[in-house]
Design a protein around this ligand. Structure first.
Ligand code: NAD
Ligand code: TYD
Length: 389
């Protein structure tokens, strides 16, 4: 198959009730949203197997509604590690997997700084083993397609101007982004060397329901509600592009349906914001939906009248990439995808979801979560007083 050739039986596969799609990392933030999106909002007729080893970031409670509605019929959970080659081979020999959507990864930059080993193992070796299994199945059956989910962070860090395009040279700068870059290279190598039909997507920062509260937006929402400091790294002026998770899921669905073999598609929100703008916007939405003046957690702390008063600038992340900006003209032009959510609406519905899902939040903030918060934030004492903004 040559680069750019449409994977022409994909529409048939996705509309066929016998098709089995393997989603790795389906118990994580984007994977669980993707499974819900495909089963509830597309014309996919087949079965999804969610293959996940349930790290701290994996949570089956994020799929409780899917289990109730589709469990045992069109949705199956398999507890397994992508690094376990034999387990993958067994799975592929028992199940007729033809579409693989690969989300499973260690995904948090700060954790990769504290402990890179898991990132190398899962993101590089795990992807390698999944590729090998997929290639073996494809040699026999030819109806195997592989989509790899990656990040804009592989392109490096931008100054005040410029954008990442699909052909921007890779320049990863954290253990996380370096491990994702390595996995992207492997996926492309399997296309060029063996002909495995692959597609890739590189997306910007996702936000939305079911995101683990180690990432900026849910961390700030939950800290604010508890009257805790809202930690802003460095000067707060690092820029990220924010993509609502449902828009990302729909982009992947369109790539599966219409994408061309060997091609990469950038997916972005076209919504660049400085971190301090994001944190301030969260405070403003919270003032509307759960006013600080009525929040007993804040009232206990004399002098804290507004969520904004909780903002605390703290010591920066080592090697903190300054700015990401993604150009997603290609997927818009070639596949007709576009974002359906702007930041104002997306942020509001995300915050409303966290307010309405206290049981989900309580369930994941286990002892391990508290240990992580202690580890990441205790050494970074505040370098300005609360209320700096
Ligand atoms: P996440 O951390 O919320 O979830 C990762 C999931 O993978 C978890 O369910 C975890 O249990 C599972 N997993 C981890 N190691 C595994 C292993 N060895 N075997 C099987 N399962 C394993 O991540 P996310 O935010 O949903 O990200 C999903 C993908 O999207 C990742 O590949 C990530 O690099 C990429 N991405 C994420 C973002 C973002 O903003 N969240 C942005 C760009 C790209
Ligand atoms: P994060 O959600 O960790 O995503 P990524 O590092 O993959 O972009 O962080 C988003 C931005 O927010 C990033 O510039 C780091 C910054 N940040 C803070 O300022 N404070 C925090 O407590 C966290 C978790 C992130």
């Amino acid at each position: 198959m040559s680069q750019g050739a449409q994977i022409d039986d994909m529409r048939r596969l996705l509309g066929d009730g016998h098709t089995t799609m393997l989603v790795t990392g389906g118990a994580g933030f984007i994977g669980s949203n993707f499974i819900r999106h495909v089963l509830k909002r597309t014309d996919f007729q087949g079965t999804i197997i969610n293959y996940d080893n349930l790290t701290y970031a994996g949570n089956l409670a994020s799929l409780a509604d899917i289990e109730r509605e589709f469990g045992g019929r069109r949705y199956l959970f398999e507890h397994g590690d992508i690094c376990d080659y034999q387990r993958l081979e067994d799975l592929f020999s028992k199940q007729p997997v033809s579409v693989i959507v690969h989300f499973a990864a260690e995904s948090h930059v700060d954790r990769s700084i504290h402990g890179p080993a898991d990132f190398i193992e899962t993101n590089i070796n795990g992807t390698f083993r999944l590729l090998e299994t997929s290639r073996n199945a494809w040699k026999d059956r030819k109806d195997v397609r592989f989509h790899h989910v990656s990040t804009d962070e592989v392109y490096g860090s931008l100054g005040a101007t410029g954008e990442f395009f699909e052909n921007t040279p890779y320049d990863p700068r954290s253990p996380y982004s370096a491990s994702k870059a390595a996995s992207d290279h492997l996926v492309r190598a399997y296309f060029h060397t063996y002909g495995l039909p692959v597609t890739l997507s590189n997306c910007s920062n996702n936000y939305g329901p079911y995101q683990f509260p180690e990432k900026l937006i849910p961390l700030v929402v939950l800290n604010a509600l508890e009257g805790k400091a809202l930690p802003v790294y460095g000067d707060g002026k690092n820029v990220r592009d924010w993509l609502y998770v449902d828009d990302h899921c729909e982009a992947i669905w369109q790539i599966l349906k219409q994408g061309s073999a060997g091609e990469t598609y950038n997916v972005g929100g076209e919504c660049e914001k400085q971190n301090i703008e994001v944190v301030s916007a969260i405070c403003d939405v919270l003032e509307e939906l759960a006013p600080a003046k009525d929040n007993p957690a804040l009232n206990r702390q004399g002098g804290i009248a507004r969520y904004r008063d909780l903002i605390a600038y703290i010591h920066d992340r080592p090697g903190h990439d300054r700015r990401y900006a993604i150009n997603c003209d290609k997927i818009k032009r070639e596949l007709g995808w576009k974002q359906g959510h702007d930041f104002v609406n997306g942020l509001r519905s995300t915050i409303a979801w966290y307010l309405q899902n206290a049981a989900w939040v309580d369930g994941i903030r286990s002892g391990d979560y508290q240990k992580w918060i202690e580890r990441n934030y205790s050494a970074r004492s505040s370098h300005t007083n609360r209320g700096a903004k």
